[in-house]
Ligand binder design. Structure first.
Ligand code: PAF
Length: 327
């Protein structure tokens, strides 16, 4: 394991970027920014001590993907961790929210009055919807959105292993744009990442992948690869048909054929994996169904349409989640 110049005591320092939500994706992004030399820290909702005690250090371990031509030793490093009362929150220029979609509003609410009015917010989660609810609460701050197909697994509370190197896309949504230096820093730090002109169509495309794969794998208790079987062809087609129609009413033109190819490519590339919703249901955790298939239904009703297959799927997942675990 390689150590990376960790400071030995709590020292004041300016942190440009803070990550809220240190799950698997949050820790992966944290590692990537830290190893590119960016001043990154974590926000820990559980630390709410007085301002002077509100900064701590967190040790993390990152395990790269096995590779023939790169060093795959684990890397240990430490980053500052701020509590909700830390005065350092005022210095943060970019807050990256890596919490689950259904946690975004509750997680950001106590922070909004503590962050500087110039702090830019970036949402990075599966599903869609929180950007619409958050926009009126931003008080003039800029909001960018992102989606990542990088694969990462949490091995213990502060140790993650990268399992896939997919594309990461970011783009501006509303308010002032993220400054160029921070944009460039993110793109340099995160392999295979890009800043796109229009992020919303990219989010709809990722939504299609999640809407087709996540609930079906949860309902049928199977790995992603099982969805390549003929018995799933019709339901996947119906999910996508409804999504494409609703997106068109939201002024997003999606190529139906391309979407279907993308869904089946992900099914093939991640055949042995269990989707995040499968895992959430299996561990009796809340799911992101409201922000995935539920978002398609919400946007359908906003346009006076219906999305019956997606609605049935939402219902089925909610019923499954409500089932008491067998003891
Ligand atoms: O949510 C997930 O599990 C992933 O986004 C995906 C792409 C469906 C692969 O499992």
């Amino acid at each position: 394991m390689l150590g990376q110049g960790a400071p030995s005591a709590v020292e004041p320092q300016t942190t440009d970027i803070a990550i809220l939500g240190a799950g698997a994706v949050g820790q992966l992004i944290c590692h990537q920014l830290h190893s590119a030399g960016l001043a990154v820290g974590l926000i820990a909702r559980e630390i709410s001590a007085s301002p002077s005690e509100a900064t701590d250090w967190q040790d993390l371990v990152f395990c790269p993907m096995p590779s023939n031509d790169a060093n795959t030793d684990s890397v240990s490093y430490r980053v500052p961790q701020f509590g909700l009362n830390s005065t350092s929150l005022q210095q943060i220029k970019l807050l990256i929210m890596c919490v689950k979609a259904y946690q975004v509003l509750d997680a950001i609410s106590p922070l909004l009055e503590k962050l500087s009015p110039q702090c830019h917010i970036l949402l990075l989660h599966n599903g869609m919807g929180p950007h619409l609810a958050l926009t009126p609460k931003l008080n003039g701050r800029g909001l960018s959105l992102g989606t990542t197909s990088q694969g990462v697994l949490r091995q213990s509370r502060w140790q993650v292993r990268q399992t896939g190197q997919g594309l990461t896309q970011f783009g501006h949504f509303t308010g002032p744009a993220l400054n160029q230096t921070l944009q460039d820093g993110l793109l340099k730090a995160i392999p295979n990442s890009e800043w796109v002109e229009a992020i919303i169509p990219c989010l709809w495309q990722k939504l299609a992948v999640n809407a087709a794969i996540n609930p079906l794998t949860a309902l049928h208790q199977c790995p992603n690869g099982t969805l390549a079987q003929a018995q799933f062809t019709q339901i996947i087609a119906s999910i996508l048909d409804e999504l494409v129609e609703v997106a068109a009413h939201d002024s997003v033109e999606l190529n139906r054929q391309f979407l279907e190819e993308r869904v089946y490519r992900v099914i093939e590339l991640t055949a042995a994996n269990f989707s995040s919703m499968h895992q959430d249901v299996a561990h009796h955790r809340p799911t992101e169904i409201e922000q995935i298939n539920g978002y398609i239904c919400d946007r359908a009703s906003a346009h006076g349409l219906s999305a019956p297959i997606n609605a049935q799927i939402c219902q089925a997942i909610k019923q499954l989640s409500a089932t008491k675990p067998k003891i």
